[in-house]
Write a protein that binds this ligand. Structure first.
Ligand code: ADP
Ligand code: ZN
Length: 730
């Protein structure tokens, strides 16, 4: 008997699709992309229809139930996901699941209408007594009415104060259907009308013709910080909308790029376009609503981080990837895709141009533009003031500092304070000190689960593991020699903040790192304080190097620049160059010029000297021969196999057998290792890695097809992770 068969991706860690018969009653309603329930083994499972064909149905089980009336995924998206599952060697069911908003992969989806309390100010002239009450009231008055969610994002624990204000008759409250994402309720800035400079208009011109051609073409927009890249995105998105097509804009992290989102909204919302912003602050329900709106074609622009690459837009006209060099585009666990790379694949599949933008392009993208595989567009000048900041290295070997700050940097800070300029200090390590040390016997304190020293956090008086979050109180007595001389060694942002407070008692100092921004809205508050010039010196981790347009910053200082340079990673130089150039670009955005001081023990290193000159081309010229010689990306391709398990010797033996099995299987692939991972123990598991390296990708792909068979050499209890195009190899 020949009939309709559905090929279904089941939510299970299995690579293959499963065939099911489609019962008569469902034949009209099932299509590619719909969610169904199917019998699976002894249970039933949720799956997605990825293909429908005719064939012999004998012996096939039937689809049990259709879960949604409308498909959640369109055929173009299914195509992208199937491609990704194959390329990243990950089970298709799980790939689909991670592409969807949380909850949709398994449960029956429900749109939830949410209610919340909304506060309105009443016409009362006098002021309430408490400071907190006054602040809250002023905020509500300014907004006219404000929902609880929004208030919570701006004020910590506002509940009691609100209640009091209602009792006192300053506010009234009502239950209302929650309609909009609280994130979008922030006051909208005015759109600036600008005349493009010649470099910008050349770029827009080239991009416009590609958008009008409605065909795939890839572009690298290489523009120094403050050169007006965002304005180029805005103009090209406008071209795309004029053609009744939609635009997808990827950013590394929404929370760190509120200004970009605001500029898009200011430009396009007044013209009646609808934006969807997909960010991590959305609840599952909100995410689901946004997803459905996009799928129904009601949204013209989607802005989101990594996973927005799977947004179900039907008529894509342009994909923009901002800060394309950012490693956060790569998912670090589970389905380890790279959204930047998938953007290029999606553009190819759906026939639309893809624009990658950065002040410091990844070596890979620049390489491809050099090879002619990508069109190179450059913005060489800053829009305002013109001058790039003057960057200077401070050689720590020549003038070792007493504390964390060198004399040179201390002087520069003093001058900046006198000139009423703000300063940014980057130290890429949070906590007070990276370890505690017994100065009598040299004992330091390690995480019991990970091979890493515990970071000392002074405010909480805790030793913490930054990988697994293990915590213990700091020892007062050395457990080994009973000595009492236990001191914090090295410096983190907390210590730097303290040192600054002692050095500059009059200055207003703030800190921005994962510890101070974990509370909702905390990051935005710090940004607002910086913008309002309520902070003189902002200390922070690389978080402060991202995206912000702090116009008052005249001085940028970098401490611990060497910590990234010394990482055991072939991209260490690239990372350092990129971070230093980005953070240097935060100086003198409005005033022009500005000063950047980088403290280092490696003043001779080309990554640093090129960052001093802000010379990307020179950095590339010096770095690429290393990659070529070693066959590392972008001159070759990598797959990292990571084995991890509780039993160290089993992990090692499995890794050895797997490597031996893979060795000599395919010509043109180097099998390196096994060797212990740089983090040889993590969260209680021992870890080994095998690196597969090839100049030609097909050779590597062909070896990948044999991994499944070779897996039998891996012991039970040892996990194997296949990381295609790894960006982080710890
Ligand atoms: P980038 O994204 O490259 O860092 P932005 O697009 O944020 O740079 O531009 C920096 C600043 O210059 C912004 O305040 C922007 O509004 C302004 N700007 C951009 N293009 C122009 C222009 N053609 N004329 C005047 N101001 C501009
Ligand atoms: Zn740990």
């Amino acid at each position: 008997m020949s009939d309709l068969i559905a090929e279904i991706a089941v939510n299970a860690p299995l690579k293959q699709l499963f065939s099911y018969q489609i019962p008569e009653v469902l034949q009209q309603r099932i299509c590619v992309g719909t969610r169904v329930r199917v019998p699976f083994g002894r249970r039933s499972s949720v799956g997605f229809v990825v293909e429908i064909r005719t064939g012999a149905v004998d012996g096939l089980k039937a689809v049990k139930e259709l879960l949604d009336e409308h498909p959640l995924l369109n055929p173009e998206l299914i195509r992208l996901l199937r491609w990704a599952a194959d390329y990243y060697c990950h089970p298709i069911g799980q790939v689909i699941r991670s592409a969807l908003p949380a909850g949709l992969g398994s449960e029956k989806a429900t749109t939830r209408i949410q209610f919340e309390t909304v506060y309105r100010s009443l016409p009362v002239v006098e002021e309430p007594g408490g400071k907190k009450q006054r602040e809250l009231l002023a905020y509500v008055r300014q907004q006219e009415s404000a929902g609880l969610t929004q208030l919570r994002a701006t004020f910590p624990a506002p509940h009691a104060t609100l209640k009091r204000l209602v009792e006192l008759g300053f506010l009234e409250s009502a239950e209302q259907e929650r309609q909009r994402d609280p994130f979008l309720l922030e006051p909208l800035p005015k759109d600036k009308s600008l005349t493009l400079n010649s470099e910008q208009s050349d770029a827009v011109c080239e991009l416009s013709s590609a958008i009008e051609a409605c065909a795939f073409k890839s572009f690298l927009l290489h523009g120094v910080t403050g050169s007006g890249k965002t304005e180029v995105y805005l103009r090209t998105v406008a071209v795309c909308l004029d053609l009744q097509r939609q635009a997808l804009v990827l950013v590394p992290e929404i929370a760190l790029t509120p200004q970009l989102v605001a500029r898009f909204r200011a430009r396009f919302e007044p013209a009646g376009h609808t934006l969807a912003v997909l960010h991590s602050g959305l609840s599952d329900g909100e995410r689901y609503d946004a997803w459905r709106m996009i799928a129904r074609g009601e949204v013209q622009i989607v802005i989101g981080a990594r996973s927005a690459i799977f947004a179900p837009l039907q008529h894509l006209g342009l994909i923009v990837v901002d800060e394309e060099h950012e490693t956060s585009y790569k998912q670090a666990e589970g389905f380890r895709y790279n959204a930047r790379d998938l953007a290029l694949v999606r553009g190819q599949q759906q026939g639309c141009p893809v624009l990658l933008g950065s002040a410091t392009p990844s070596l890979g993208s620049y390489y491809r533009s050099q090879q002619g595989a990508m069109t190179y567009l450059a913005l060489r000048k800053r829009v305002h003031a013109g001058a790039m900041p003057a960057v200077e290295l401070v050689d720590l070997a020549e003038q070792p500092p007493e504390g964390v700050l060198s004399n040179r940097l201390t002087e520069a800070l003093q001058q900046a304070l006198e000139r009423r300029e703000q300063a940014l200090l980057l130290l890429n390590r949070r906590g007070f000190a990276p370890f505690l040390l017994c100065t009598d016997c040299g004992t330091s304190f390690h995480c019991p689960n990970c091979e890493i020293t515990l970071t000392f956090h002074q405010r909480e008086r805790q030793l913490r593991c930054h990988y697994c979050d293990y915590k213990e109180p700091p020892a007062e007595v050395c457990p080994k020699c009973q000595g009492l001389n236990i001191v914090p060694e090295g410096a983190g942002t907390e210590r730097l903040e303290q040192e600054l407070t002692e050095l500059f008692p009059g200055a207003r100092i703030a800190r921005m790192d994962r510890d101070t921004t974990s509370r909702k809205g905390a990051h935005q508050r710090l940004v607002n304080q910086m913008l309002a010039r309520e902070v003189d010196i902002l200390v922070g981790t690389q978080m402060i190097a991202k995206g912000h347009d702090f116009s008052g910053v005249g001085l940028v200082g970098v401490l611990g620049a060497d910590s990234i340079l010394n990482l055991p990673d072939f991209r260490a130089a690239e990372r350092s160059f990129s971070l230093l150039t980005q953070v240097a670009g935060r100086a003198g955005r409005a005033t022009g010029g500005g000063k950047v001081l980088i403290q280092t023990f490696n003043p001779e290193h080309f990554a640093l000297s090129c960052a001093v000159e802000q010379d990307y081309a020179e950095f590339y010229r010096q770095e690429i021969p290393f990659r070529q010689e070693l066959g590392y990306p972008p001159c070759g391709h990598l797959i990292n196999l990571v084995l991890a398990g509780n039993n160290g010797s089993q992990v090692k033996a499995s890794a050895e057998r797997l490597a031996a099995e893979l060795l000599c299987q395919v010509q043109g692939v180097d099998v390196l290792g096994p060797s212990p991972c740089p983090l040889a123990r993590l969260r209680g598991k021992s870890r080994y890695q095998i690196l597969l390296k090839a100049i030609e990708r097909p050779a590597l792909r062909s070896l990948l097809t044999r991994i499944d068979a070779a897996k039998k050499h891996v012991c039970k209890g040892v996990g194997l992770v296949i990381d295609v195009d790894p960006v982080d190899m710890f």
